[in-house]
Ligand binder design. Structure first.
Ligand code: ZN
Length: 355
């Protein structure tokens, strides 16, 4: 698939000479649309402020690695009140009492309260589809009619649904065949989610189909497919997804390395894809600040990641990252594309955030 039409080529050439340098990083206003702060600690907020970043921070129903949702939401509401110029947030719901016939109504009541406290959306996680089973032993999927009124409520309130559905395609491969070191590392530590070992469970395509079928019922909903909508391995698949769902965007959190894998094979294709879909892509990292993290360590990790990402999108140097074993070349995107991915698209989706 080619992503360049004549008019796009023209725009591209007009803006081609305008690029940011590494020195511009601190100065340019940026938004990291995918982060987690799960403590009262302020390290991530301080570092964001120092580097001209604003944050969209998400509560997420990750048990038992994260504290219970109520506690996460309490942290976020507090941070948002104290640092509204840096931290905006979204909440989540649990699947607790799923079999209760009033589950949907109870969740809507909780969301109402979170929206009143400043939440701008709801994040759903891979436990829908990959972990939670109902009373009949069947995996709950995103297509379940119980979600219909919940997602309708999010739409009616003009909030955003953020979805981490399924897992990277690597999850269905043996460790040695995975394309990036970070997936190899995660799935060796989280064998429960390593689907190569669980062929009896729903497949990668089952997860994608359930998510897409849910979206077909909710075409008007503002939707962010976190982690490149779990189609990270193929810019063609991401393009098709964005074409099919005009109100959907995708975030880059923890999946930039998958674009880099594709860059190694065909840099122009990845670059053209980003330029064509420049209004639908959001910068994000998936940084986490958990209780007890060493501030210096977290800051060093944040800066290393931010700078590598900036280098990849803004320069054309040959570079390496910890997730890949080989070198690839930066994309040197035009300034306007970088501004959209790093700020303008997020401001459009979340108007009045970070005031
Ligand atoms: Zn995340």
């Amino acid at each position: 698939m080619s992503y360049t039409t004549k008019s796009e080529k023209k725009t591209r050439n007009m803006t081609e000479s305008e690029n940011y340098s590494m020195e511009d990083f601190n100065r340019v206003p940026k938004i990291d649309t995918h982060a987690h702060v799960i403590t009262e600690g302020k390290t991530m907020i301080e570092e964001a402020r120092a580097k001209n970043f604003k944050l969209m921070v998400m509560a997420v129903d990750v048990v038992p690695d994260y504290p219970p949702l109520e506690e996460q939401i309490r942290f976020l509401v507090k941070h948002h009140r104290e640092d509204p110029d840096i931290l905006a947030f979204t909440t989540a719901f649990t699947l607790e009492d799923w079999d209760d016939p009033e589950w949907s109504d109870k969740v809507i009541e909780k969301m109402k309260k979170d929206f009143e406290n400043g939440s701008l959306g709801i994040k759903i996680w891979k436990n829908i589809g990959m972990d939670k089973i109902d009373k009949n032993g069947v995996y709950i999927t995103l297509e379940d009619p119980k979600f219909d009124t919940v997602f309708q409520f999010i739409k009616d309130r003009n909030k955003v649904l953020l979805s981490h559905a399924g897992e990277p395609k690597n999850c269905w491969l043996p460790l040695m065949e995975m394309t990036v070191n970070s997936d190899r590392d995660y799935f060796s530590k989280n064998p429960k989610f390593h689907m190569y070992n669980h062929p009896e469970l729903p497949s990668y395509e089952d997860q994608m189909t359930a998510r897409d079928n849910m979206l077909k019922k909710n075409m008007e909903l503002t939707f962010i497919g976190a982690h490149l909508a779990t189609l990270e391995w193929s810019v063609d698949r991401i393009a098709t997804f964005l074409d099919n769902f005009p109100n959907a965007s995708v975030d880059l959190a923890e999946r930039i390395c998958h674009l880099q894998v594709q860059s190694e094979i065909n840099r122009t294709k990845v670059r053209d894809f980003i330029i064509k879909y420049q209004d639908r892509i959001l910068y994000g990292t998936d940084f986490q600040q958990l209780e007890g993290v060493a501030p210096a360590e977290l800051k060093a990790y944040m800066n290393k990641t931010w700078m590598n990402d900036w280098k990849y999108f803004n320069t054309d140097v040959m570079m390496t990252v910890p997730q890949l074993n080989s070198e690839f070349q930066g994309l040197k995107l035009p300034k306007i594309v970088v501004d959209k991915i790093y700020r303008l698209n997020a401001e459009k989706i979340f108007p009045n955030a970070w005031d």
